[in-house]
Design a protein around this ligand. Structure first.
Ligand code: GRF
Length: 195
């Protein structure tokens, strides 16, 4: 059996990375996380990768001439690991159109809203400010727009007001930790069937 090889890109805490490590990752098994890349050297997620024995690397923008050079280096690293799917899990940086083209249909992102509602930053806060009845989580393929690519899975969450933002954030993260591994497992199953 050959593993479906994924890489996870992070910038911070990495609780979604941990969910993927706990629920999906098995070295030599059906799905293997073969690399974790961070945009920041102090990201706590790097320690999670280390604890799981997964190779990691840091690609700080400041170390490169520009974003294009950083994304080329990142892409070369991912290719050297034979990555079939790149998972953005709290990766807080824009990727160049060249990078997105290089990994076309092979990048997914987890976003804390029911897209197309509330793309971009502060999605949870903005949903609460708009007093929407439901928000949720979306896993989608990444294209050149901001949170615009084809949707893989969504899960909704009912809201009532007044809302406690910390509590809602916790519930949203709980949904993310279920939905992202499910979406990755679904893509892996589809892609291995297509082979
Ligand atoms: C998540 O809320 C995700 O939706 C957003 O960034 C956050 C990352 O959290 N894109 P973590 O680093 O996985 O804990």
């Amino acid at each position: 059996m050959t593993s479906f090889r994924i890489a996870v890109l992070i910038s911070g805490t990495g609780t979604n990375l941990q969910a993927l490590l706990d629920q999906l990752h098995s070295p030599g098994g059906p799905i293997e996380i073969v690399g974790v890349a961070s945009s920041r050297s102090e990201a706590m997620g790097l320690r999670r990768a280390e604890a799981a024995g997964v190779e990691s690397a840091v690609f700080p923008l400041a170390d490169y001439e520009d974003r294009g050079a950083r994304d080329r280096a990142l892409g070369d690293w991912l290719d050297s690991l034979g990555v079939e799917l790149v998972v953005l899990a709290g990766f807080m940086e824009l990727l160049t159109p060249e990078f997105i083209g290089r990994f076309r249909d092979r990048i997914v992102n987890v976003h804390p809203s029911l897209l197309p509602a509330f793309p971009g930053l502060r999605a949870i806060e903005r949903a609460l400010e708009a007093e929407v009845e439901r928000t949720g989580v979306t896993v989608h393929f990444v294209d050149e727009g901001v949170d615009t690519g084809p949707i893989v899975l969504q899960e909704a969450l009912e809201l009532s007001y007044p809302a406690d933002i910390a509590e809602i954030e916790e519930r949203v993260h709980g949904v993310e930790h279920r939905l992202l591994p499910r979406a990755v497992r679904q893509i892996a199953a589809e892609r291995s069937r297509d082979e």
